[in-house]
Design a protein around this ligand. Structure first.
Ligand code: TPP
Length: 380
């Protein structure tokens, strides 16, 4: 049977396109559908997007040098991630995929710890409770159910709806457009709606699930799916850090106050290949990439900061960012090479609370095997 190449139907498109405050030309304007929160620190947003971009390019370089096995690049998605992260309260809990390096950065994770999984030196890399940022999930869609389960816990702990901004808690879970085709994600949506859970689903629609475009996965735009489950869906320009921040802040505020779930679609683009192991030129037209490169999230904020005439940035500001980027790059290079080798037993030990007899036997066998290998190595 031929594969159906259906496009989302025209009448299913949002009337005015995704919510946008900051145009690709760097022009800031209102959007009647959403309030722009006051007192947003534009300089901090730009600084973090720039540092996250450098983190990403440095990790790619480390992969090319053989220091990492793989790296999923976030280039092009900095505004979506930094904007969403700036909307979080300290007590909120985040469930990421494997590409949320920008959110991790804003949550204050040690950036070197992001490299461990991709170097093969750890199965996780950080304590999810220290920064309230879960471990990376490679199983597409799995984290949506983890998030919903966690949100059920928040309801039972009675930490929503009190009106106390330092106590009420929400969950922010990240997913890609491809994850919408997983059963888990649809179960998570259904359950979040049925239980009115304090969870915000933040979908970065970067247009591609490896080589599968969104158009072959769905007949309706991402944000419209929420209506079928019975909660709000909103589409924002994912390359506009302000739209991402404002929409996520509104959704998280509603969730914390007991207003239930929201699906945010951040319309963006994955500029690089899916991972460093993938060749995007095999399936993606370069004109499409060029078109999205012109909508770059950093460039539009830079244009705004330099052309607004407000005198908010001078050369020293950019020089300072450049200095910080260099420091970060050195820290990543040295930190990556210093990561300890993997603990041989950890994949056995971290599977069950009480290790079953059979697994214990397998661990003993594995340890013997490794010990024998080390002896051979010693003889040589
Ligand atoms: C359950 C499951 N099925 C398939 C895969 C293989 N896989 C890895 S990434 C990916 C595409 C994911 O696309 P999307 O959800 O849009 O996220 P993106 O990588 O674009 O951020 C697939 C199918 C997987 N990791 N897990």
């Amino acid at each position: 049977m031929p594969r159906r190449q259906s496009k989302p139907t025209d009448d299913a498109q949002p009337a005015d396109g995704p919510i946008q405050f900051l145009s690709p030309e760097g022009i800031l304007g209102p959007d009647s559908r959403l309030e722009l929160p006051p007192a947003i620190d534009l300089l901090a947003l730009y600084r973090d997007m720039a540092l996250v971009r450098r983190l990403d390019s440095e990790a790619i370089a480390l992969q090319r040098q053989g220091e990492l096995g793989l790296w999923p690049s976030l280039r092009g998605q900095e505004a979506a991630q930094v904007g969403a992260a700036y909307a979080l309260a300290e007590q909120d809990m985040v469930f990421p995929t494997y590409r949320e390096h920008g959110v991790a950065w804003c949550r204050g994770l040690d950036p070197v710890s992001l490299l461990g999984l991709f170097r093969g030196s750890t199965l996780g890399g950080w304590n999810p409770y220290e920064r309230r940022f879960g471990l990376y999930t490679l199983v597409i869609g799995a984290q949506t159910l983890h998030a919903v389960g966690y949100a059920m816990g928040l309801v039972r702990d009675d930490v929503i709806g009190s009106g106390d901004g330092t106590r009420d808690t929400a969950v922010l879970v990240f997913l890609g457009d491809g994850a919408l085709s997983e059963g888990e994600t649809n179960e998570a949506f259904l359950w979040a709606a049925a239980q009115n859970l304090p969870v915000v689903f933040f979908c970065q629609n970067n247009q591609w699930a490896i080589s599968a475009p969104y158009s072959v996965q769905s007949r309706v735009p991402v944000a419209q799916r929420a209506a079928g489950f019975g909660f709000p869906g909103v589409s924002v320009d994912g390359n506009d850090v302000l739209a991402c921040l404002a929409a996520t802040r509104e959704a998280l505020t509603r969730a914390r106050s007991g207003g239930g779930p929201t699906l945010i679609e951040a319309v963006t683009y994955r500029i690089n290949a899916h991972t460093t192991a993938d060749d995007a030129t095999r399936y993606r037209p370069s004109a499409e990439t060029d078109e999205w490169t012109a909508k770059d999230p950093l460039e539009r904020l830079r244009l705004h900061l330099t052309a607004s005439g407000e005198g908010v940035v001078d050369e020293e500001y950019f020089a300072d960012i450049e200095r910080r980027e260099q420091e970060l790059a050195e820290r990543l290079r040295a930190g990556c090479r210093a990561l300890p080798p993997p603990d041989d037993a950890s994949s056995f030990e971290n599977t069950y609370t009480d290790m079953p007899v059979e697994l214990r036997r397998q661990l003993a066998e594995h340890s013997q095997y490794l010990a024998a290998g080390q002896e051979i190595g010693a003889v040589r």
